[in-house]
Design a protein. Structure first.
Length: 485
């Protein structure tokens, strides 16, 4: 009739927690060890979940601010996003914030960009993992708070799924660029992007032949770079190559997004770079991310923070200068007409400094995880393997349930969204084919893959002239009549 208490260490050992499980209740009682006692006066982030909440809320705040927060639903989103950050990622509030943002991203379907669906899917992974832990409360009921170990389990489980989701998304974006149009510098989307960057930020003394050769090499350079970063993210998601593959993949991805953010109007999509920067935090070990999001604790960390802030300010100033000297198209996109003005205020594209600050924290977290093992093996990276090896307490059972049911469903949706839509012909605007020049209808131009196998679309209509003042102001240099199919 006695009670047996078994003590065992948490499977997420780098958090330094110990758990006690009672055979009578089956529910863990989690207490922090002295090794993980944080000085809250000196730290911004309580743990990895709180750190991610800060990054996620900063990204959401930028998007919501430029909507004007005009509607009651926008105000609700802003309130929940702010509360999730201020409460250090209190699960009920964070779940509500994730849910409304997922709805906002999915509501325009099918007339939405691929970034809407990427964000909705990665946010759904964290939402479902948090719900699984909240439902593992005592007596099988719903809990309104989570122990430190449960918060660790929730973020760890979500990150395993998000790493695979991001690897699928980036891989499909690279794969679909292997087509005859993208690889031809005369028609490739890579050419104007690189041309804009070169003319905006390099000295005017560079010779035209050199600039022309760099623009001509842009399509193959971009395709190769995206392929390498995709392979690195796939390897990191699978736990192959240790932390090195995660560091390489995240660094290359952030370098790509830095170039996208710095691109002057009218092709600026810095908001996309901000969206992806905070989600690449899934490749950082939670405790390293928490340290990266903390206030400086030493002189060297203070210097690092000051340097990052200075870099963000310099990047914003450079982007503002490039916009102001970019001609009619840049002026229009910077606030006169067009949807691309949403990130501009007082002549500054605020997505640029926001991206630099978020990317700096993510890089510090990913690099800081090199010494802490991070994604160490395929077993640790696989949601199904994690479910099989999870602990036997309430949080362990919730982790198993997430790994066996929710994770496979989320990964199946991500894989189908990443690869199947354009091939079947069911997805074009919202597919992972941004800037790929892929011809989904009218016959495939891909070097390896077919497109539109289901033949669900009608005849192809090509716009060769436009009388819209807004469109012509954004793209004054377009010449449709001279372009080949």
């Amino acid at each position: 009739g006695g009670q047996l208490t078994v003590c065992y260490s948490c499977s997420h050992s780098q958090w330094g927690y110990t758990r006690q499980s009672s055979s009578a209740t089956g529910n863990p009682a989690t207490t922090p060890s002295p090794l993980t006692t944080y000085d809250k006066r000196r730290h911004m982030a309580r743990d990895g979940l709180a750190a991610f909440s800060l990054l996620w809320a900063a990204q959401q705040a930028l998007i919501l601010f430029y909507t004007g927060i005009a509607s009651p639903f926008d105000r609700l989103q802003a309130l929940l996003v702010a509360a999730s950050a201020l409460s250090s990622g209190w699960p009920p509030v964070l779940c509500a914030a994730l849910a409304v943002r997922i709805y906002a991203n999915c509501e325009p379907w099918p007339n939405a960009w691929e970034s809407h669906f990427w964000c909705a899917q990665t946010d759904a992974a964290l939402l479902l993992s948090l719900v699984a832990q909240l439902l593992s409360g005592s007596g099988g009921g719903l809990s309104i708070s989570l122990s430190n170990a449960q918060r660790s389990f929730a973020l760890r489980d979500a990150n395993r799924v998000v790493r695979w989701q991001l690897a699928f998304f980036y891989s499909s974006a690279a794969l679909f660029k292997l087509n005859s149009s993208f690889l031809d510098h005369r028609y490739s989307c890579a050419s104007p992007y690189v041309a804009q960057l070169l003319t905006a930020y390099l000295p005017d003394t560079l010779s035209l032949p050199l600039l022309a050769s760099l623009v001509a090499a842009a399509p193959c350079t971009v395709a190769l770079g995206e392929s390498v970063l995709s392979l690195a993210l796939l390897a990191a998601a699978a736990g192959v190559g240790g932390r090195g593959t995660a560091v390489a993949g995240v660094c290359l991805a952030l370098l790509l997004h830095f170039g996208i953010a710095l691109t002057p109007p009218p092709n600026n999509v810095g908001a996309f770079s901000v969206l992806m920067a905070c989600r690449l935090a899934a490749f950082a070990p939670p405790e390293a991310l928490a340290r990266a999001a903390s206030l400086p604790r030493s002189a060297s960390e203070a210097v690092s923070a000051a340097s990052l802030t200075s870099l963000a300010a310099a990047a914003a100033a450079a982007a503002a200068a490039a916009t102001s000297s970019g001609g009619d198209g840049s002026g229009a996109a910077a606030g006169e007409v067009g949807q691309m003005s949403i990130m501009f205020a007082a002549g500054v594209d605020w997505s640029v400094p926001t991206f630099v600050l978020l990317a700096g924290v993510v890089l510090r977290g990913v690099a800081g995880g090199v010494a802490s093992r991070g994604v160490a093996s395929a077993a640790a990276a696989s949601p199904l393997a994690a479910a099989a090896s999870a602990g036997s307490g309430a949080s362990g059972y919730a982790s198993q349930g997430f790994g066996r049911r929710a994770a496979p469903a989320l990964l199946s949706v991500a894989f189908a969204h990443a690869f199947a839509g354009p091939i079947l012909g069911t997805q074009n605007l919202g597919g992972s084919i941004m800037y790929s020049n892929l011809r989904v209808v009218g016959g495939s131009n891909h070097l390896l893959l077919p497109t539109n196998l289901l033949r669900l679309t009608g005849a192809v209509v090509r716009v060769e002239a436009c009388s819209s003042a807004a469109v012509n102001a954004l793209y004054p240099g377009d010449s449709f009549l001279s372009a080949l199919p």
